[in-house]
Design a binder for this molecule. Sequence first.
Ligand code: NAD
Length: 296
Amino acid sequence: MHIGFIGLGNMGGPMARNLLKAGHRLSVYDLSTTALAGLLEAGAQQSESPAAIAQSGVDLIITMLPAGAQVRQVYLDNDGLLAHVPPGVLLIDSSTIDPMTAREVAAAAARQGNPMLDAPVSGGTAGAAAGTLTFMVGGSEADFHQAEPILAAMGTNIVHCGDSGNGQVAKVANNLLLGISMIGVAEAMSLGVALGMDANVLAGVINASSGRCWSSEIYNPFPDVVENSPASRGYSGGFGSDLMLKDLGLASEAAKQVRQPVILGALAQQLYQAFSLQGNGALDFSAIIKLYRQEH
Ligand code: NAD
């Protein structure tokens, strides 16, 4: 299949590489020449703009952009995708953005005869490289089935979450919980250690008890509890605190639209905001435990 791919950053770059490995032909575009270079080396063809991608005879276009503003720009601008793509070409946005923007862009695509799916991912850069991402997909059942074999080249868990925007709803709800649970684990681990317990023994007890969760078991924020976790390598790599802050912001914006309280989410957002202001935005999000501990 001939696929257009826009946004070749930390996630989009390895995702596009996996499409090439699966034998697809790729036309690619990114504002950054550095991001482009790796893909051209791997065998993709360069396009000069979203409009050029739209007109290059592609069967399908995937976008993986930072946030809603860039998604609007790439799809809705005068020289963007929708102004130039032939009807019938399937559009898939894998960026993490607010569900309202996802629905608005998909409705604009539908008005001119282009099916569109929102398909945000979880699994991080390691999952993108290994082709083991989870895709949370919003859109029609028929479009989902058309996209499934393509997404399977980049992920192992591909879930249809319902109508347009529901992929983003799933992503926002999951990351809201993740941000809150990480702070909860950081608080409990710090308290236990301050009261005299060994961090590994405490984590073992929690992980065999009712406090157990992904943040305590797989991604414990206390150093040297989980081998190879960001906490065990100075909070480098992983999922940046500023990205968690962005996702908590998406949750609180979406919640406002439906007057749904996100009380712990708002608190988590403020804690990550303070943490980011202190210059920690690039550290993995588990580094939020630094708010609870003296530096050693
Ligand atoms: P990134 O900043 O590394 O990559 C984004 C790419 O988009 C960059 O190469 C940038 O040059 C390009 N870009 C920006 N504006 C553009 C435009 N107008 N036209 C063309 N290219 C443009 O970001 P990332 O880490 O790859 O994340 C992408 C999305 O995936 C985000 O929405 C993020 O929240 C989400 N996400 C990231 C992770 C992660 O661990 N990094 C995990 C899950 C989801």
